[in-house]
Design a protein around this ligand. Sequence first.
Ligand code: S3P
Length: 180
Amino acid sequence: MDNVILVGFMGAGKSSVGRLLARKLGRCFIETDDMIVAREGRSIPEIFATEGEAHFREAELEAVRLLALKRGDVIATGGGLPCREGVPEALRALGTVVWLAGDFAALYERARRARDERPMLASRSRAEVEALYRAREPYYRQADITVDTTALGPDQVATRVALALAERRSASGAARAAGA
Ligand code: S3P
């Protein structure tokens, strides 16, 4: 069974939507950030503070390699994880990739609510965070499915993702039947 992989900027709701979606679909839920925290034995802000961002990005690549062992799970990724050459393709090879998109202003507001847990927000102005977002968009855009989360709650987003996954499955089933 295919994994479902959620990507998107900080504040997109990957964790809360992922948890709800997994419950809806009867799947297990995992987060790459949790895999890294468990392996490193410290929190994300601590990893950034003591080892630096480059170390965290290496740990993300290792997490992507470990995801090859997963089957049928809902997986929430960290906001920067897919934003490197080759990673969008690696994620698509692991399952269906869903981009939780949204207006930058809405994402920024949501992300700032937990800014203490987000070292990428700590010393950046709003304009700098927006520049980061714009630089990352082309990577997120490579997802199989895009769902706009602006003005929606996590439950509504999870429902939209579940519908989009079902549509995609029936479209690919129909294409297979037509080709047979
Ligand atoms: C990061 C996003 C965070 C976490 C880390 C770095 C980023 O995850 O992986 O703080 O570079 O955007 P969320 O997207 O869940 O906040």
